[in-house]
Design a protein around this ligand. Structure first.
Ligand code: TXA
Ligand code: MG
Length: 331
């Protein structure tokens, strides 16, 4: 299969993408978080092709992307009050809500769960696509399963060229980490996956959420699987700790490892040893650069990636979640 790459601002891109989706094809689209791999959510065969192209375990359900909260209602059995408030406040934006699903939604989408995840992304071309398609599109991150999520069309092509029909190139994404998944079937609602919308932002609108606990693991199948991993080994180093970084770098160079460093403290950025250094200015910048840097370091043949930790509040909590998953020992 030849994968067509089309610019977001070409007049015919949306029309042509809709035609591909209508015949059950796969279209990667940009969002404000990461690129998604779109297919008609009501076409089980198209949905199965999404799992195949990604190499995704069938027990990991997909988010249904829609143009508006009105469209979202088509897939829900009931919308709790908490979900109404969140949709109203944060859509379009990096929030995914989980609600009870109705019979319209194929089992392949929800991996047999009685809930469905819904999201309105904040990106002009993708909103135009969803409007024109006038339905729901499944949209897992458009990477091979387990790899870092794609923040550029090039990343999508690297992982999926020849396996999908169409890529809409909208340039680099603005946020760089996925949407926050909030389970609104719980009272109070709970975060199933940390994301670009912070816990603090959600709580400011609907009050305290469920305490983070092991139950979230059971309820969000995706978080069980290994994720976001570059080929290189990932090490997390404490913030501002130059001595600790020096020791780690020495241990790695003694083992003839090639080091890539992703850091925010000026002192750490200038340390000798790493072959590649990516300086970031603040946590938002780190969020934006993280997956891109993982991929760049892989391409440069780095064997160990050292990342300077950030404080675990706001977007920092999501960054540390992704770093820990990426750093998990391979089994
Ligand atoms: O930012 C994003 O959310 C991106 C863009 C493309 O929209 N999409 C994305 O999709 O990250 P994916 O498939 O890579 O991650 C979806 C997450 C997984 O952790 C999955 O387990 C969870 O959402 N999920 C989907 N449906 C669910 C459901 N019914 N109940 C609980 N968790 C669900
Ligand atoms: Mg993903």
């Amino acid at each position: 299969m030849l994968t067509q790459v089309r610019r977001a601002n070409d007049a015919a891109t949306v029309t042509d993408a809709v035609a591909v989706l209508r015949r059950g094809g796969l279209v990667a689209f940009p969002t404000e978080t990461v690129y998604g791999l779109g297919a008609d959510a009501l076409n089980p065969e198209a949905v199965i092709r999404v799992f195949e192209a990604k190499g995704r375990p069938a027990d990991n359900p997909l988010i249904v992307h829609v143009a508006s909260s009105r469209q979202a209602r088509r897939f829900a059995a009931t919308i709790p009050a908490s979900a109404e408030i969140l949709m109203d406040r944060f859509w379009p934006g990096p929030l995914t809500i989980v609600v009870e699903r109705n019979d319209l939604v194929p089992d392949a989408v929800t991996a047999g769960l009685d809930t469905v995840a819904l999201r309105v992304p904040r990106h002009p071309v993708t909103l135009a696509l969803l409007e024109a398609f006038d339905g729901g599109l499944v949209g897992p991150s458009a990477n091979r399963s387990g790899r870092p999520s794609p923040t550029r069309a090039e990343h999508v092509l690297h992982d999926l060229s020849g396996k999908i029909d169409f890529v809409i190139d909208g340039g680099p994404t603005t946020l760089g980490l996925e949407s926050t998944v909030v389970d609104c079937t719980l009272s109070p609602p709970g975060i199933l996956r940390k994301g670009s919308l912070t816990r603090e932002e959600v709580e400011a609108v609907i009050g305290p959420l469920q305490k983070p606990d092991a139950a979230a693991h059971r309820r969000s199948p995706g978080t069980r699987h290994r994720h976001y991993a570059p080929r290189a080994r990932v090490l997390i180093t404490p913030a501002h700790d130059i001595e600790r970084l020096t020791t780690t770098v020495k241990a790695c160079t003694d083992r003839h490892e090639t080091i890539g460093l992703l850091a925010h403290s000026p002192a750490l950025c200038t340390i000798a040893g790493p072959v590649r250094v990516t300086p970031v200015s603040d946590p938002d910048d780190l969020a934006r650069q993280l997956f891109q840097t993982f991929r760049d370091f892989d391409a440069a043949g780095v064997s160990t990636i050292i990342v300077e930790a950030v404080e675990e509040t706001g977007i920092g909590a999501t960054i540390m979640d992704r770093l820990r998953r990426a750093a998990e020992e391979r089994t």
